[in-house]
Design a protein around this ligand. Structure first.
Ligand SMILES: Nc1ncnc2c1ncn2[C@@H]1O[C@H](COP(=O)(O)OP(=O)(O)OP(=O)(O)O)[C@@H](O)[C@H]1O
Ligand SMILES: [Mg+2]
Length: 502
């Protein structure tokens, strides 16, 4: 299932029993069952969670349990709906490896995913769907080079996007490894610096040059007039040596210090289980520190109930279904501001603005559960915006979003930043973390390892390894091509490439 929560049966108490449930139903003998469950838990790196409750896990850990409960059955046909949406990049690669092994052994695997960069190298073929119709079915590389993708808002892997921006010919590379020889060859074919001069004959790889270049990625041509944003009272957040241990004894935060400033976007990255969600729940008071201090503006969070903190901190849950419970989008979005005491015109105004900001105006009377998961995420975002909190935390807002969704999100974050909000966005999407952030905070094992500008954080290979992360594909390519060690965004890459030519 797309939402791993829906996969957990709830009939069993531990992760081990949950994963064994299917085999039990098939009447598999005890010894074989134990062997198979252990093997699949180890393969998905959740052996250490075997005795935990399937509900007392991080989002990504829970998704691994959901995948394990299916893989353990060794099915001949496997259909998966965004199975890796909440997994960190390494975990996603591990699941792709398992699926490739299954396919190798004769199983048929069908995978619905937005993570083309990691799925395409394993795919025998790709199907492109548009509004319920199959519009293309071909080898993955061919589908990825199809101009239709631009129309349909499908995000290509970063190496392919760069090649497209630079006007290099298809077929485009999908992985960094494929990209290296491809871009090296293209660099070698650039005119020597002294032969330059006639800039009028634009080289075919000029930024935004041809073959559906940069212009394809510009947002919709008819910008809607957007509602004006409130300018919130500037509210910095500071965590000072914060510790947190769950009642079950899991030590999730081990001394975290972090400052978030108004008018800045901080992206928070880290492996599954690193403590990102726990950290955000401490800022909005859903959890209270075991030790250390959390300050929100001039308040010490510990001195205020969650209902007070809701005026200052908005938190969009990792799983939107944890926060949606009304029968129309309008009521859902009105719930928060109503609780804060807004009524009449003021309430109407707050809801209308939040719906406009998230593009949901037309969906006001729809039941939230009649919307797709990605749209429900927008409802969750709107319900937080409607409370107009100065501090906004978004827990994995990029999950399950296509290219347009990501662009919509980037525009919204930008506007909130300009208005002066304090913003924290948790993400496993390293491209997004690098493109959108003023600062990147990197967590591992309950600690913040470093905070700094994207170029700096993603240039530190040692710390990245320690955190079990990789820098964005753009950064890895730029580094390997000696274009620069602090290049992390597409725009920087394209500029550095042009610099090579000049
Ligand atoms: N309700 C809970 N009870 C007990 N332990 C929990 C609970 N929720 C999370 N944990 C544990 O706390 C640690 C941190 O979890 P957290 O959800 O903060 O991680 P995360 O960085 O958000 O991970 P992900 O990327 O998978 O969402 C993990 O070891 C996790 O198993
Ligand atoms: Mg989380």
């Amino acid at each position: 299932f797309q939402n791993p929560f829906n996969q957990i049966t709830g009939a069993r108490l531990t992760v081990f029993e949950e994963v064994a449930f299917g085999l039990e139903n098939l009447g598999v003998l005890r010894d074989e069952m134990v062997r198979r469950v252990q093997a699949v838990l180890e393969r998905l790196k959740i052996g250490h969670l075997a005795e935990r409750s399937p509900y007392a896990l991080s989002g990504g850990q829970q998704q691994r349990v959901a995948i394990a409960s299916i893989l353990v059955l060794a099915p001949q046909v496997l259909v998966m709906d965004e199975p890796t949406a909440q997994l960190d990049p390494v975990g996603t690669g591990e699941v792709m490896d398992v699926l490739a092994d299954l396919a190798e052994a004769g199983a048929s695997v069908v995978l619905a995913t937005h993570k083309l960069a990691q799925a395409a190298p394993f795919a025998q073929s790709a199907l492109l769907l548009e509004e319920g119709r199959l519009v293309r079915h071909a080898a993955a590389a061919e589908v990825l080079a199809d101009p239709l993708l631009d129309e349909l808002g499908v995000e290509r892997p970063a190496p392919a996007r760069l090649a497209q921006h630079l006007g290099l010919p298809p077929l485009w590379p999908v992985t960094v490894e494929d990209g290296l020889p491809y871009f090296r060859a293209a660099l070698r074919s650039l005119p020597a610096p002294e032969s330059g001069g006639d800039r009028s004959s634009a080289p075919r790889w000029a930024p935004g040059g041809q073959a559906g270049g940069a212009s394809d990625r510009t947002p919709h041509p008819t910008p809607q007039p957007l509602p004006s944003l409130l300018h919130p009272h500037p509210t910095p957040v500071a965590l000072d040596e914060v510790h947190f241990t769950y009642p079950s004894g899991v030590e999730a935060l081990r001394g975290v210090s972090l400052s978030l400033e108004p008018g800045a976007i901080t992206t928070l990255i880290g492996e599954n289980g690193a403590g990102k969600t726990t950290l955000s729940k401490l800022i909005n008071g859903l959890l209270r520190p075991t030790a250390g201090r959390v300050r929100v503006g001039d308040w010490l969070a510990a001195d205020h109930p969650v209902s007070d903190l809701a005026h200052r901190v908005g938190y969009v849950f990792q799983n939107p279904d944890e926060q949606l419970f009304k029968s129309t989008v309008w009521d859902e979005v009105a719930f928060g501001p109503r609780n804060l005491g807004l009524t009449g015109r003021r309430l109407q105004q707050a809801v209308t603005r939040a719906l406009e900001l998230t593009g949901l105006t037309a969906a006001a009377e729809v039941h939230p559960y009649d919307l797709q998961l990605a749209e429900r995420r927008w409802v969750a975002i709107a319900s937080v915006l409607a409370m107009e909190p100065p501090v906004i935390i978004l827990d994995e807002p990029t999950t399950g979003q296509d290219r347009r969704g990501r662009e919509r999100l980037a525009r919204l974050l930008d506007r909130l930043r300009v208005a002066g909000h304090t913003l924290l966005a948790i993400t496993h999407d390293m491209d997004f973390a690098a493109e959108q952030a003023d600062l990147v905070a990197m967590m591992a094992d309950g600690r913040v390892l470093t905070v700094g500008p994207p170029g700096q954080v993603f240039a530190d290979a040692t710390l990245l390894r320690q955190a079990g992360l990789e820098s964005p594909p753009v950064a890895r390519l730029a580094h390997a091509l000696s274009l620069g060690s602090q290049i992390v965004t597409e725009a920087q890459f394209v500029a550095a490439w042009a610099g090579r030519w000049e």
